[in-house]
Design a protein around this ligand. Structure first.
Ligand SMILES: [Zn+2]
Length: 328
C-alpha cells in the first residue's frame, strides 16, 4: 500500500491506497493556521496515521508516501519553498526528510496542482484526452498542463494560470503583483475583497455563517451557503471571479489549444457544474477557437483527487515481490 497527501491551504487530506489505486483509508485535518512548517509536517503525519489506521496498516509498512504541495517544490531534494498559502512558509523547509522521519517510510513531493492534473489524466475526467489544462479553483487558482500525454512543467514554473493577468494594474494578488486572475477568483483574495466591502458598510452574511460554523476563514462551504441565502455580496464577488476565470482560462487556451479543460479545486468542486457552465460561457467571448472549443469537465476524482494523485508518485519498488512487473 501507498500513502498520498494533498497539502492544501485549508485542509490536509491523506489517503492510503492499494496496488489497484483503491482508497483503503482516509483522514482529513485542517491545515494549521500558525506554527510554521514543523507544525504542518506534524499535522500531515497525524493525518497519514489516521488514514493508515483506517486501512489497517502502520505508516512504516507503506511502500512510500507521495505529497502534493503548494509552493516551489524541489522534488529531488524534497524541499518546499515559498508556500505562501501555508503558515510562515516563506522560506525553504525539508518536508520529505522531516515527514519521512516521522512516519518511517520514503516520501516524494511534487507540485500539488500538477499532481492533481496527473491524477485526472490517468484516472479521472482527463482519461480520453492527450492534452489537458487542469484548473484548480480553491485558496488560490492553480493550473496543471499535460501535452502529448506528458506533464509540462516548463523550467519548473509552468501552469501558474492564477497569475495570468486579467486586468493591468488591477487588484493586488496574494503573490504581490497586480491584476492576476487569482486576485479576483482565489478564495483567499475573495475573503479580502469581502472584508473590504464590509468595511465600506455593505451587508453580507458571509462572516456570520463563518462564526456560526466556528471557522476562522471563509471556506468554500461558507460561500456556497451564502449563495443559497441570496447573499448579494457573495454573489457579486463570485460573478467577478467567474469573469476573471473566463478571461484567464480562455487566454491560456489561446496559447495551448489543449483537448480539454478540467475544473477542480475546493471552490470549483463545491460550486460544481452550474459554475463550470458559467465559466465556460465567460470564456467564449475571448476564445480564438470558439467555433470548436475544447471540452470542459468537472474533475472526476473529487475531493480525494489530489491525494490519490500524490499516491501515484510512489511507483513500485524494484524487486518488490507483490508488484506486477512494470517497465518505466
Ligand atoms: Zn498573482
Amino acid at each position: 500500500m501507498r500513502g498520498g497527501i494533498d497539502l492544501g491551504g485549508t485542509k490536509i487530506q491523506a489517503v492510503v491506497v492499494d496496488d489497484a489505486g483503491e482508497v483503503k483509508g482516509e483522514e482529513r485535518v485542517p491545515t494549521p493556521t500558525g506554527g510554521g512548517p514543523p507544525d504542518v509536517a506534524d499535522a500531515i503525519a497525524g493525518a497519514l496515521r489516521g488514514a493508515a489506521d483506517a486501512a489497517g496498516v502502520e505508516t512504516a509498512a507503506l511502500d512510500g508516501v507521495g505529497v502534493g504541495s503548494p509552493g516551489i517544490v524541489d522534488t529531488r531534494k524534497g524541499v518546499v519553498s515559498s508556500a505562501r498559502n501555508l503558515p510562515d512558509w516563506e522560506g525553504s523547509f525539508p518536508l520529505a526528510q522531516t515527514l519521512g522521519a516521522a512516519v518511517g517510510t520514503r516520501v516524494r513531493i511534487e507540485n500539488d496542482v500538477q499532481v492533481a492534473t496527473n491524477a485526472e489524466f490517468e484516472l479521472g475526467a482527463g482519461r480520453p484526452y492527450r492534452s489537458l489544462l487542469g484548473v484548480f479553483w480553491g485558496t488560490g487558482v492553480g493550473g496543471g498542463i499535460i501535452l502529448k500525454g506528458r506533464p509540462w512543467i516548463g523550467r519548473g514554473g509552468a501552469g501558474e494560470i492564477g497569475h495570468v493577468v486579467v486586468k493591468k494594474d488591477g487588484a493586488r494578488c496574494p503573490c504581490g503583483r497586480r491584476g492576476c486572475m487569482e486576485a479576483y477568483a482565489g478564495r483567499k483574495a475573495l475573503e479580502q475583497r469581502a472584508r473590504k466591502r464590509v468595511e465600506k458598510g455593505e451587508k453580507t452574511d458571509l462572516f456570520k455563517i463563518m462564526e456560526k460554523r466556528g471557522r476562522d476563514r471563509l471556506t468554500s462551504g461558507i460561500w456556497a451557503r451564502a449563495l443559497d441565502h441570496n447573499d448579494r455580496v457573495a454573489a457579486k464577488l463570485l460573478d467577478e471571479a467567474v469573469e476573471a476565470l473566463g478571461v484567464g482560462v480562455a487566454s491560456a487556451l489561446n496559447v495551448l489549444d489543449v483537448d480539454a479543460v478540467i475544473l477542480g479545486g475546493g471552490l470549483g468542486l463545491r460550486l460544481g457544474e452550474p459554475y463550470r457552465e458559467r465559466i465556460e460561457a465567460a470564456m467564449m467571448p475571448h476564445l480564438f477557437s470558439s467555433d470548436d472549443p475544447p471540452a470542459m469537465h468537472m474533475a472526476a476524482l473529487g475531493d480525494l483527487g489530489g491525494a490519490i494523485g500524490a499516491s501515484l508518485l510512489i511507483r513500485p519498488r524494484r524487486g518488490a515481490v507483490a508488484q506486477p512487473a512494470t517497465v518505466s
